[in-house]
Write a protein that binds this ligand. Structure first.
Ligand code: GCB
Length: 593
């Protein structure tokens, strides 16, 4: 499913703005049948939770409804008409009038419906989108809904970020020709100074295909015919971390002599590989500096916002970060486009977070180990849901040069019996869908080098470590020794690249101490320093991604102070002392390259 775009053969209407909105309290029997009552207004894109002051909306468990009138442009008489939802968290149904036109599981990936037969050019229709925020033992991420004694439903989940819900990204009305380009897959390679662009195009119906590759100055540098081929680009400008160069592949579907569809795709020519304990991009060893991030801001929750997008990238540039992980779910496509454009390297993660009964709300819990196999705490179809997430993620993001690796899960219980049977087919699926990128998952500290059953399948060891925080809080001497001993053991046993994908300390901006006092700005700096000195001594470490870029909202709990405070920036993007310390280190690493 290609992202909708405006081209010479396609048009696009953003349906963002204020929609009528209602929380489903079981009295709304057929909300799609007519105007919503009682109708509040909710912004799209945004999570609905923090918009309203009413706690029964913020804490609602179940369906909410969004509705608006849409007018189809009158010129679209001969076009297919598509409704496209960039993300609806977590389960969604779409109605045109009283007809169900789409249903989708999974809160962070797009879906669409061809509504041509239900609408008319120039006429209005009623568009209603239901969104269900419930997480169950069979969803990705998983969760459980329980009832309090007074009947209120409560959503529980193991992961450590607030269960924001709603229409988090844009909704579109798109036109496309009946015979159109449905998909394109691009794989690039380098042969001396020549760039190779291998392309495969899928077209609906009978049409021939013509492609041309255009450089940033607008000159055609290569061209081809047919649904598949390899374009050669002499003296290719490569896509490099920190120095992106994007060509544009223009694909045309032709019937007779008429171009019936045109679709452009940005192409960055680059290679990525794992070579022993190194991670070369374009054949040159790459060292990741950066963050695990979240899509999270005040009021908007997980709603995509271009101002924060640009500002966050500005801050990453200021601090010298060259990469981030889309922890813990696929981010908006605008984010990946911007990373392509700005040469930022991305580890692209599925929403498979919290597959771990030893953790509750991000914290280790007693009793989790009662589940004695990997799947006993989850539903019978969780692995199918996980496969679907991998499929949809790779289908959406396969052509982004910024994406250098797939992460298929964050901190699952990979030491428990059955974790190997669960993960082996998932790694195989990711490799089958994309043989060109390394595949990883992110390991939890409890699953040590001798105990982890999933690391054997990973091309790169991605480790989240909290020595000096969840273990030996306040003792940086023990933290340093523990971290070094463990990293050396991973290095020795696996001889693969290691990226420490999380490390950090909760820090309240403005808290200070002359001692190693957790929660202070000095402690965050001190802890990062200790980790860095260890990374510099362990050759297999090819990257450091601090947890987290910014403070973010979590569910309530005595261990969270209005959310997780491990941000290097506050939630409103003000630097803590650690930001300045990282800036010195990462700019030096950047200069040394
Ligand atoms: C982790 C999780 C992350 C949490 C973090 C923390 O290991 O991957 O989602 O937010 O720890 O701060 O506890």
């Amino acid at each position: 499913m290609l992202r909708p775009r405006i081209t010479s053969t396609r048009e696009l209407l953003a349906l963002d703005g204020l929609w009528d909105f209602a929380v489903d309290d079981d009295t709304l029997l057929t909300p799609w049948a007519g105007p919503l009552a009682p109708a509040l207004q909710a912004p799209v894109p945004a999570s609905y939770n923090d918009i309203f002051t009413d706690p029964s909306i913020r804490d609602h468990v179940g369906w909410v409804w969004y509705q608006r009138i849409v007018r189809v442009p009158r010129g679209w008489t001969d076009e297919r008409v598509i409704v496209r939802v960039d993300a609806a968290t977590h389960h969604s149904v779409v109605y045109v009038g009283d007809v169900l036109v789409a249903e989708h599981e999974g809160g962070y990936l797009p879906f669409e419906a061809d509504v041509t037969d239900r609408v008319a050019a120039g006429a209005e229709f009623l568009l209603t989108i239901g969104v269900d925020n419930r997480l169950t033992p069979d969803t990705i991420p998983p969760g459980t809904v329980t009832a309090r004694p007074d009947g209120r439903l409560v959503q529980d989940y193991s992961h450590d970020f607030y269960n924001y819900a709603g229409l988090h990204r844009s909704v579109w009305l798109a036109s496309r020709p009946a015979v159109h380009v449905c998909d394109v897959t691009v794989v690039t390679d380098i042969d001396g100074t020549t760039g190779l662009v291998d392309y495969t195009v899928e077209v609906s119906g009978e049409a021939s295909v013509r492609v041309r590759l255009v450089d940033e100055a607008g000159a055609v540098v290569s061209a081809g015919e047919g649904r598949a081929g390899v374009l050669r680009v002499a003296d290719a400008r490569l896509w490099r971390p920190g120095s992106a160069y994007l060509y544009r592949l223009v694909i045309e579907a032709i019937v007779g002599h008429v171009v019936v569809d045109e679709y452009p795709l940005s192409v960055g020519i680059r290679t990525v590989a794992v070579d022993g304990a190194r991670f070369p991009i374009n054949g040159e060893p790459f060292y990741f500096t950066g963050f695990g991030k979240h899509e999270d801001t005040a009021v908007r929750g997980k709603g995509h916002d271009n101002a924060y997008l640009v500002h966050d990238f500005q801050l990453m540039d200021w601090i010298g970060a060259n990469s981030f992980r889309t922890s813990h779910y696929p981010y908006a496509e605008e984010v990946l486009d911007f990373a392509d454009r700005n040469g930022i390297v991305v580890i692209d993660e599925t929403a498979a977070v919290g597959l771990n009964k030893r953790i509750e709300g991000g914290i280790a819990v007693a009793g989790g180990a009662e589940h004695n196999t990997f799947t006993s705490g989850f539903g019978p179809s969780i692995q199918d849901a996980h496969k679907r997430e991998i499929r949809e993620l790779i289908a959406r993001d396969k052509n982004h040069p910024c994406v250098v690796m797939w992460s298929i899960a964050n901190e699952p219980d990979s030491m428990i019996e059955g974790a190997d049977e669960y993960f082996e087919p998932l790694f195989a699926l990711a490799r089958e869908l994309d043989p060109t990128r390394p595949v990883t998952f992110v390991n939890l500290i409890a699953a040590s080098p001798t105990m982890c059953r999933a690391s054997q399948f990973a091309d790169v060891l991605c480790l989240n470590r909290y020595y000096g925080w969840y273990e030996d809080a306040g003792d940086l001497v023990l933290a340093e020794a523990g971290l070094e001993a463990e990293l050396r053991e991973w290095e020795h046993r696996y001889r693969r690249p290691i990226i420490v994908t999380e490390y950090g300390a909760d820090t309240i901006a403005g808290f200070h101490s002359v001692w190693d006092q957790p929660w202070t700005e000095e402690y965050q700096v001190g802890m990062l320093d200790v980790y860095h000195s260890v990374f510099d001594r362990v050759p297999a470490v090819v990257g450091e991604q601090v947890w987290n870029f910014a403070d973010f909202q979590t569910k309530s709990g005595y261990f969270r102070v209005d959310g997780n405070k491990k941000g290097v920036f506050t939630r409103d993007r003000k630097p803590k002392a650690a930001a300045h310390a990282l800036r010195t280190r990462w700019r030096e690493i950047g200069r040394a390259k």
